[in-house]
Design a protein around this ligand. Structure first.
Ligand SMILES: Nc1ncnc2c1ncn2[C@@H]1O[C@H](COP(=O)(O)OP(=O)(O)O)[C@@H](O)[C@H]1O
Ligand SMILES: [Mg+2]
Length: 255
């Protein structure tokens, strides 16, 4: 069974893209076939995180949505840095198809869902990971509605947690599959038991992972991926626990 996992947050900057990139790398390094789609057309990140794998004149999700290419043409094999193959990246935008193009023209939202299904089939994927823009725009809501599992990435501050009720209500209405919550950028010295209980109360669900604040992530300067550079870091253990919980049952069989 292949699986669509969507990462979402109510506010921006909670660590969705960093988490998505590292989950994708860890899954591919474990032998899964994985595609990572950057549906964040407004503030894309994955093309930068995987710049070494991107040809300068690449196609993108936007090119596909405005009818310039097939979705398969926008999927690029990505370097995992571990010698493993089986990771593909669909960047959000390209030189030819920028934000003006898509905002000016609009697009048929049905194409997004169709594109996800096509990627699963043509790349014989085990896991399709969807990175999203924060909040609730067309791409984000479609990605949420397409998911078998929804991973909410939040920080532990009041502003992030304030969006929990709205996120949960929408996830329920859209039928987003299994909900998991990860608290990211948790500073040293915060009591995990209290944090767990507070977040579980707000989200009314069991917390999947507490991901520590890792200054090393900022100092990597995008040159290496965190999980390859620091495979034994507690943050990477957190990513692994997300995988074992969220991608449960994804053992290599395809739907
Ligand atoms: N656990 C963490 N510790 C320290 N910095 C982090 C952590 N997770 C993400 N970051 C940093 O936070 C910033 C925002 O992360 P990003 O993944 O782009 O968030 P989002 O996609 O939700 O907007 C980036 O500079 C990233 O390097
Ligand atoms: Mg992002």
């Amino acid at each position: 069974m292949s699986q669509i996992i969507t990462l979402h947050s109510y506010r921006g900057g909670t660590g969705k893209s960093s988490t998505a990139a590292n989950l994708a790398l860890l899954l591919a390094s474990a032998g899964r076939r994985v595609a990572l789609v950057d549906t964040d057309i407004q503030t894309p990140a994955l093309d930068v995180m995987f710049s070494a794998s991107m040809p300068p004149a690449h196609s993108s999700l936007t090119d596909y949505l405005i009818g310039r290419c097939e979705i398969e043409d926008a999927a690029y094999p990505a370097d995992t840095g571990t010698g493993h193959e089986g990771l593909f990246l669909v960047p959000a935008r390209s030189r030819a198809a920028g934000i003006n193009e898509i905002m000016g023209r609009g697009y048929d939202v049905g194409l997004l869902r169709e594109g996800f299904d096509r990627l699963i089939d043509s790349l014989a994927l085990d896991v399709l990971l969807l990175d999203t823009h924060a909040g609730f725009n067309n791409e984000t809501v479609t990605a949420m509605a397409s998911s078998d599992a929804l991973l909410v990435v939040t920080r532990a501050d009041r502003l992030d947690l304030a969006g929990a009720r709205e996120s949960m209500a929408l996830a329920g209405r859209l039928g987003c599959g299994r909900l998991s919550v990860a608290v990211n950028m948790v500073p040293d010295g915060i009591g995990h038991e209290r944090l767990r209980s507070d977040v579980e109360t707000v989200y009314d669900t069991r917390l999947t992972a507490i991901l520590p604040y890792a200054p090393e992530l900022a100092s990597l300067a995008g040159e290496r991926h965190f999980s390859s550079a620091y495979p034994h870091h507690p943050l990477v253990s957190g990513y692994r626990s997300i995988i074992s919980e969220v991608s449960n049952g994804t053992t290599g069989l395809r739907r």
